[in-house]
Design a protein around this ligand. Sequence first.
Ligand SMILES: Nc1ncnc2c1ncn2[C@@H]1O[C@H](COP(=O)(O)OP(=O)(O)OP(=O)(O)O)[C@@H](O)[C@H]1O
Ligand SMILES: [Mg+2]
Length: 220
Amino acid sequence: MIQFQSVSKHYDTHTALRNITFSVDKGEMLFVTGPSGSGKTTLLKLIYVAEKHDEGTISIAGWELDKLKESSIPLIRRNIGFVFQDFRLLNNRNVFENVALALRIRGVGEKELKTHVFDSLKTVNLRHKSDSYPDELSGGEQQRVAIARAIVTEPTVILADEPTGNIDPDLSAGIIRLFKDINTKGATILIATHNRELFRNSGKRVLKLDNGNLVGDEKG
Ligand SMILES: Nc1ncnc2c1ncn2[C@@H]1O[C@H](COP(=O)(O)OP(=O)(O)OP(=O)(O)O)[C@@H](O)[C@H]1O
Ligand SMILES: [Mg+2]
């Protein structure tokens, strides 16, 4: 599903990822961990084609990113749900509309759209906040809106960047259970986190980054 072969990424003079090789099967759920600045977000951004790699090859669902036309990027993103570390909610739209946006872009009809949006909001326990605006929500609530937005289209790949960074331990465990459920239904899921509690004893694969190097690939 996702293949990295000797991939490096530089930001000016800084090397954020160095010679990274790994592959993820369809339907796998795994964690990407490592200290702050080790390259977790960069790795997810390369998959989302939000950043371009400088060396090596990346292929996603059979698409080789080097050979990708700019116009095909939306086709790849259509199948990927991204939970951004900094949420990226639209402050001038309420919770419902933030979650609904991707469905509107796809031209989903109003009735079906409502069902999907409310289902997603229920999943993250935020059905009661659908009329609120992002700046009226706590950090943890905003984070859960970002998760609802990422899952509402039922993407085949979910990339979640510190999805529990602002959430208390009980709710965090619930969010991880939620990702496991979605994974059981077939989605491929990568979760970047520095929080070991999330994957300890999870039985899931853990990729460990350190200063841009892939230093571990083990079960959590
Ligand atoms: N747009 C950018 N321009 C320049 N340097 C960047 C940019 N984005 C990231 N970096 C650098 O690349 C390195 C990896 O950053 P990245 O955001 O991938 O780390 P991370 O593992 O996600 O860290 P954190 O746990 O703090 O979120 C860091 O040293 C960072 O300063
Ligand atoms: Mg990060």
